[in-house]
Ligand binder design. Structure first.
Ligand SMILES: [Zn+2]
Length: 130
């Protein structure tokens, strides 16, 4: 794994993702030492990437929520959109609340009427159902 000293720096750049110059590509086609060195450096770069990713995943970000709040405060939200979003949120909450209340009342009525048969219910309503 001995790279030619002339190409060493360009080989490392290429191993780290840089595009090779045409001259380097031509050299790699004929030089086994540089080709082996390139592959070895690519493997090491991949190992380093994996290690860095593992470190990032393992270590919790310091002051994460504070950073999110800072980003939200910095983001240029126009007041109009903010009011529309708030109105949409309130409407959603109202509809969900109404739906829940309606469902609860329906269940209560069904439970209260559950002891009667359909014919009894129909008779109680003056036979209008049947
Ligand atoms: Zn070489």
């Amino acid at each position: 794994m001995n790279a030619c000293p002339k190409w060493r720096e360009e080989l490392i750049d290429h191993a780290l993702g840089g595009l090779p110059a045409a001259a380097l590509q031509a050299h790699l086609a004929t030089c086994a030492g540089c080709s082996e060195a390139l592959e070895a450096w690519r493997r090491k770069a991949a190992q380093i990437d994996t290690g860095v990713q593992q470190l990032i995943a393992a270590e919790p970000r310091a002051q994460g929520p504070e950073r999110v709040l800072t980003q939200i405060q910095r983001s240029p939200v126009k007041p109009f959109y903010g009011r529309v979003a708030l109105a949409a949120l309130m409407l959603t909450v109202s509809l969900v609340g109404y739906g829940t209340l309606h469902l609860a009342l329906s269940n209560s009525i069904v439970t209260a009427l559950g002891s009667r048969s359909f014919a009894e219910e129909s008779a109680a309503l003056g036979g209008k159902i049947l």
